[in-house]
Ligand binder design. Structure first.
Ligand code: MLT
Length: 251
């Protein structure tokens, strides 16, 4: 079972499940989770190998979706509304492909539906070499300049750095291979029948606003919300705005 926080008391509605990005853990969603828990039940989890869900076993993004589903099923938390940040968004799309019947809605944050390009795959291989040789801080140093908006809050930047440094090198290498080998989820969008919300930080340099907007447009029920003053880490950078967009969607 994946380690998780279960917050909030409102059991009359499906819970909202939060899935972090790479190379992170559930702490990136902590403020959004606390905010949403005032009105909804919230599950904030660590994926396999991340945070308190310790494991060195290699995984695919589909494996992560299966582990999330089995944790939620065991706890009686299905159906749910699933929200994934960046890599968590790829996992949410894998979950949707496999378990659409257990979803009441899907929320994709700072993410995309397409697969890696050949160049991006090469970048994953290089980063995996880097983390094996130099450890997690070297990956954090490479990624940090692209993670937040142009005026990052120093305390939030320090928190993000701490989270990235804490991610085990083996997990980072495993996640890089999983992201490199993920399929293209774009074709799934056209036939998506459940409500979809796409949220993107206005200054996201990794999954830019145009990409988020096109993901929302490709789904019959897709809605798009842009978060001002945020980059790729909108839930950490602007938690109140992200929680507000999710709450409005859940209504
Ligand atoms: C993430 O934030 O999860 C990653 O940047 C996603 C990616 O590298 O594709």
């Amino acid at each position: 079972m994946l380690d998780h926080d279960l917050l909030g008391k409102n059991s009359s509605r499906p819970p909202i499940v939060l899935v972090h990005g790479f190379p992170l853990d559930r702490r990136v969603f902590a403020e959004v989770a606390a905010d949403l828990a005032t009105t909804h039940r919230v599950v904030n989890l660590d994926m396999q190998g991340f945070g308190a869900s310790r494991s060195e076993a290699p995984f695919t993004l589909d494996d992560q979706a299966k582990a999330i589903h089995s944790t939620l099923r065991e706890k009686g938390l299905l159906p749910c509304v699933l929200a994934g940040l960046s890599m968590g968004g790829y996992v949410a799309l894998a979950f949707h492909r496999r378990y659409a019947g257990d979803l009441d809605g899907l929320i994709l944050v700072d993410t995309k539906a397409s697969a890696d390009t050949a160049e991006a795959k090469e970048g994953r291989n290089k980063m995996a070499e880097l983390v094996k040789k130099e450890g997690s801080p070297a990956v954090a140093a490479q990624m940090l300049p692209k993670m937040m908006g142009s005026k990052p809050d120093p305390a939030k930047k320090a928190k993000l750095t701490e989270i990235m440094h804490a991610c085990p090198a083996t997990t980072i290498a495993n996640a890089l291979m999983a992201m490199r080998d993920r399929p293209d989820y774009t074709p799934d969008l056209a036939t998506m029948s459940m409500p979809l919300l796409v949220i993107t930080g206005a200054e996201d340099a990794i999954a830019p606003v145009e990409v988020g907007r096109s993901v929302a447009k490709a789904a019959p029920t897709g809605k798009f919300v842009e978060i001002a003053g945020a980059g790729h880490m909108a839930p950490l950078e602007q938690p109140a705005a992200v929680a507000g967009a999710i709450r409005a969607f859940l209504k």
